[in-house]
Design a protein around this ligand. Structure first.
Ligand SMILES: *Cc1c(COP(=O)(O)O)cnc(C)c1O
Length: 370
């Protein structure tokens, strides 16, 4: 087995467009001195994303979190919101920061998205919405969730931070539910340094989202809402425009690396990989591996990789309902599947510049415990 890497191999590495391409876009920013507040690049980026997401309604934000938080505010939700503890902090924080009460529903053991069979038992007369997450880019059971939402008159807002550009049977993932939030953070499949977008069904929401990301200002002399500052600036939009030119290439490379991992790790007893859904055009955002009855547990594998200067991530660990800030309010034993998967999952390094032989080496480190 090869030796320790000189340079650490991290779980991800931001994709960078050719520097000249970005520099070329800077000149017009200098000439116009228009740096933020819905400038020319902001508008161009928005239009290109609408096309790519096959979406009619889309608003840009400074980051994915503000996009989600302000969307929940725009929908004027109240009471309880059903969500998943198996996600990034942002999902629940967005609910709580809106003065809403999160109610945690467990995940399924197959693709780690919300277990649709358990949602109904979480619905009360105070429930106003469901906030599921397309974890690792695995699509939720969007049809099952919509059926319940229709039956009980609930809004559905997807945390689609992982699902950039994904489609099911040719339909953009943002078309499901009332709204979907996408993150363009530097570590994601596609990025605008920081950035985010919301795709939404009701065209009437556009003005409200626009106003809320601009302090709730509704006219020259009127401020009707308690908004925030969630505007994407021109430097972000320029990075997004550059990266859009290369994202298909980046996803193709992720696909090849994912297949290389899968060839070596699938069919191994005690190792579980996410199922591939033939209806979904995946973006290959993450490479999660669950160790369940394998020759070594997750933490042992994590440590062994670290010995080789390779840093996988325990993503998502811990579950949100066991965070310090929520500990007195929730009990993670109420979502046993999420709690168990969080202790068994490891997300392996995956990014377009990752060399194939490093994938092989990672697999060798893992397979020595077989
Ligand atoms: C990255 C991420 C977010 C937050 O997005 P930012 O753009 O970093 O604010 C929210 N939810 C999930 C699941 C994420 O992975």
């Amino acid at each position: 087995m090869s030796n320790r890497h000189e340079e650490p191999v991290l779980v991800t590495r931001s994709t960078m467009p050719p520097l000249e391409e970005y520099v070329e876009l800077l000149k017009p920013i200098w000439d116009s001195a228009w740096l933020t507040n819905m400038g020319a690049y902001h508008e161009a980026f928005k239009e290109q994303l609408k096309t790519r997401f096959k979406a009619e309604n889309l608003e840009l934000f400074v980051n994915g979190h503000m996009a989600l938080e302000l969307t929940l505010q725009a929908l004027e939700l109240s009471g309880e919101v059903i969500t998943t503890p198996f996600s990034f902090a942002s999902t629940t924080h967005a609910i709580v920061r809106n003065g809403l009460t999160p109610v945690f529903c467990d995940i399924n053991d197959r693709d780690y998205t919300m277990d649709v069979d358990q949602i109904e038992s979480r619905i009360t007369e105070r429930t106003s919405a469901i906030v599921p997450v397309h974890v690792y880019g695995n699509l939720c059971d969007v049809d099952g969730i919509q059926r319940l939402a229709d039956k009980y008159g609930l809004k559905v807002i997807y945390d689609a931070a992982h699902a950039f550009g994904e489609e099911r049977d040719g339909v953009g993932v943002g078309q499901f539910g009332d709204a979907s939030m996408f993150s363009f953070h530097a570590t994601k499949v596609f990025h605008s340094i920081e950035g985010g977008a919301v795709v939404f069904r009701d065209r009437g929401l556009a003005d409200r989202l626009y106003q809320l990301k601009n302090f709730g200002i509704t006219g020259y002399e009127s401020v009707e809402y308690v908004g925030a500052n969630g505007k994407m600036n021109e430097f972000q939009a320029a990075m997004g425009l550059c990266n859009l030119r290369h994202v298909d290439e980046a996803i193709a490379r992720r696909k090849a690396l994912t297949e290389r991992y899968r060839e070596q790790l699938s069919g191994v007893e005690g190792i579980r990989l996410c199922p591939e859904d033939p209806r979904v055009r995946s973006n290959y955002a993450y490479m999660p591996v669950v160790f369940d009855g394998y020759g070594a547990d997750r933490d042992t594998i994590f440590a062994a990789l670290k010995e080789h200067n390779i840093f996988a991530r325990k993503y998502f660990y811990p579950c949100i309902n066991s965070y310090e800030c929520y500990r007195d309010r929730f009990d993670d034993s109420e979502t046993p599947v999420a709690k168990r998967i969080a202790s068994q999952v490891l997300t392996l390094p995956l990014y377009p510049d990752l060399p194939e032989d490093v994938v092989d080496e990672i697999c060798q480190v893992i397979l020595q415990f077989r």
